[in-house]
Design a protein around this ligand. Structure first.
Ligand code: FCB
Length: 454
């Protein structure tokens, strides 16, 4: 059934948003007292980011935010998820030194969004740790979790009167694995022990931040965003099912279980050779009730046993690659429906937001237009997958498309375009892609259906 026939499943209160992150779009890296972050250092280290790209200028959103908000308004989005640059607020990672100019930027941003009837949702940590905190051990030092809670409290004290939806962390898996195990992301550490410890301190910081934010205001919706991926066995054999279960522990349960059940999965020992070490009280902090769970979904995985005793990882990916994005990620919309149903079954009931979903494709401007049909198809199929989950009674409250703008795609620099708005990195000119026009029409249609279920 086409998506248009399923729009009736989206309640009129559904959040139709777009998402971005500070380091990927803001630029203005040394302006108005901003301190350095681990991503400034990493991107300036030769060989870490494709073509030596950095976020120094990015989309210059710091200066062009009125134009970007006007674009969102033109498209017709109802919500906007953005992240706060921690080093803009605490330039030297010390909560006794608050940068007023940094706070003022987010104050202006929020007010301009509200003037445009766009509801803001804030992510506190989208990977740009202040460099000074990294010098003190970063996520390997439990003290970072205390500073994070202080920073969260500062932000809520300033913006909590106008911003009600807060996300503590974006994708702790990436902080732990890409940042501390494979080293593809800042700070570029490569150690199993470090990944386990970083993951724990990130979760701990989430718990401490929730407490600090709740003690400041009691009218906030606070959650965390995980990058989750449905894992399927390639066949119903015991070995394949075991492989899928281990991959699921690594990608999903490592975070879901402590947050919702209050302990780490036992199988972490099979992956890391040991269990995380922590104080018994930590789990009480981590397991506090969430107001919602943010889900970032891009793809699913099909796995088989590696069958190779020499291999350090007993799981082999056999995901079909007949339909892939420019990242090489397989397009599997059904995985999103299955994932949402699984979350409600295993961890629910919990309000869910899709806090990221989208795709990179090699866009080209032709006569001032970008005919990004592949992206429209990707988005349409995934929004339809959400409709299917809603039809099954799953409590999905919103969708934040990744991303508003083409931007700095981490280790891939500017080579991957995820935006529904094209950015010319020489002139910084913005052009709506066909997908932006399509998304605007979809939102309009979804909101104008007269008989939406409440
Ligand atoms: C997610 C990140 C986001 C962006 C997308 C493509 O993992 O949260 O910043 O890079 O992937």
């Amino acid at each position: 059934m086409a998506l248009t026939n399923k729009l009736k499943y989206f309640p009129t209160t559904f959040a139709w948003g777009v998402a971005t992150a500070a380091y990927q779009i803001e630029g203005a890296a040394t302006i108005d007292g901003r301190g350095s972050s681990i991503w400034d250092e990493f991107s300036h280290t030769p060989g870490k980011v494709l073509s030596g790209d950095t976020g120094d200028i990015a989309c210059d959103h710091y200066h062009r935010y009125p134009e970007d908000i006007a674009l969102m308004n033109h498209i017709g989005v109802t919500h906007y998820r953005f992240s706060v640059s921690w080093p803009r607020i605490l330039p030297d990672g010390d909560s006794h030194h608050i940068n007023a100019k940094g706070l003022a930027f987010y104050d202006r941003l929020v007010d301009t969004l509200l003037d445009n009837q766009i509801i803001p949702a804030i992510t506190l940590y989208h990977w740009d740790l202040p460099s000074e905190l990294q010098i003190q051990g970063g996520w390997l030092n439990s003290r970072t979790s205390d500073v994070f809670a202080e920073y969260a409290q500062i932000m809520v004290a300033v913006l909590g009167d106008r911003v009600k939806q807060w996300i503590t962390h974006n994708e702790p898996w990436c902080t732990a694995v890409l940042g501390h195990l494979t080293g593809e992301h800042a700070p570029g550490v490569t150690s199993k022990d470090a990944a386990l410890t970083a993951a724990h301190h990130v979760l701990l910081s989430h718990g401490k931040a929730m407490m600090a934010m709740r003690s400041t205001r009691n009218d906030l919706q606070i959650g965390i965003t995980l990058n989750l991926s449905q894992v399927y066995p390639d066949q119903p054999s015991v070995e394949s099912i075991r492989a899928a279960s281990l991959q699921d522990v690594f990608n999903n349960r490592w975070y879901l279980d402590p947050l919702f059940v209050g302990h780490y999965p036992e199988e972490l020992i099979d992956i890391f050779g040991k269990q995380p070490q922590f104080l018994s009280h930590d789990m009480d902090l981590i397991k506090q009730p969430l107001d919602f769970l943010g889900v970032n979904y891009y793809s699913a995985q099909v796995v088989a046993p590696s069958g190779d005793n020499e291999s350090p990882w007993p799981v082999r990916h056999v995901t079909p690659k007949d339909r892939i994005t420019a990242m090489g990620w397989p397009v599997i919309p059904k995985g999103l429906t299955d994932l949402l149903m699984r979350l409600q079954r295993d961890y629910g009931p919990i309000p869910l937001f899709i806090t990221e979903n989208g795709a990179a494709y090699p866009d080209e401007i032709v006569d001032g237009r970008i005919h990004d049909v592949d992206r429209i198809e990707y988005l349409s199929d995934h929004i339809e997958a959400i409709a299917d989950a809603l039809a099954h009674g799953i409590d999905v409250r919103g969708y934040f498309l990744w991303s508003l703008l083409d931007n700095f795609e981490w280790a891939f620099g500017y080579s991957k375009r995820f935006g529904i708005v094209y950015v010319d990195y020489t002139t910084l000119e913005r052009t709506l892609k066909d997908s932006a026009l399509w998304y605007g029409r979809l939102i309009h249609d979804a909101l104008s259906l007269p008989l939406n279920p409440v």
